[in-house]
Structure formats: structure tokens, C-alpha cells
Design a protein around this ligand. Structure first.
Ligand SMILES: [Zn+2]
Length: 111
């Protein structure tokens, strides 16, 4: 069951359950063991991004309705910091999502 996937020449992607989306690394910049079933990637992966206040990458219907009514909705910064080791993902304590501080099995990578 593949847990990582080569999506282009210099991109390897895996699914992050904390962010509910994929993260991609450049195997030229990170050390990747080449094992898509039990990936190990080092050093750690730090993703800084923004999300909508209700938690999504895209606005919810209610947020969209408020924006369409002229309200300014500020993005909330999110941090995801993890180690991928032997098919598992270890989330560090500076993550802003609910899996902070936990280690979980990577899920199968699907498109
Ligand atoms: Zn993440």
C-alpha cells in the first residue's frame, strides 16, 4: 500500500492527516529512502500556511456567504511540523492542528 507517491520529477507527495491534504517534498533537498511503502524523509518537514477561521483550506459555505456580503475574513496561520519515519508520521509540538505531539501511521496516498 503506497504511502508516498512521486508526482513529478522532483516532487514526492504524502497525505497529511493533520492538514487533511498532501504535502510535497523535493527529494533533491530532503533525504528520501526511496521506499514508497515505508517512506522515511529527513530532516523534518515544516509547512507554514494559512487556513480559514473555520479550519478549512477553502472557505465553508457560511464563510463564503459572509465574504460575499462584504465581510473581510482574515486567514489564520497554521503550522505543520513533522518527521516521516518508516511509514509513520511524527507530529511535533509546534503543529497547530489536532495531531500535534502524536505519531500516526501514514495513510495510503490517493490522488
Ligand atoms: Zn500537515
Amino acid at each position: 500500500m503506497p504511502k508516498a507517491k512521486k508526482v513529478s520529477e522532483n516532487r514526492v507527495a504524502f497525505y497529511c492527516q493533520g492538514c487533511k491534504g498532501s504535502h510535497q517534498i523535493d527529494p533533491g533537498r530532503w533525504e528520501f529512502n526511496g521506499d514508497f511503502e515505508r517512506p522515511t524523509i529527513s530532516p523534518s518537514i515544516l509547512v507554514n500556511s494559512m487556513h480559514y477561521p473555520e479550519g478549512g483550506k477553502w472557505p465553508t459555505d457560511s464563510e463564503h456567504a459572509r465574504m460575499m456580503a462584504g465581510e473581510r475574513i482574515e486567514g489564520v496561520p497554521s503550522i505543520c511540523h513533522s518527521f516521516v519515519r518508516d511509514g509513520r508520521i511524527e507530529y511535533l509540538n509546534d503543529c497547530t492542528h489536532e495531531l500535534r505531539g502524536q505519531t500516526v501511521d501514514l495513510q495510503e496516498f490517493k490522488e
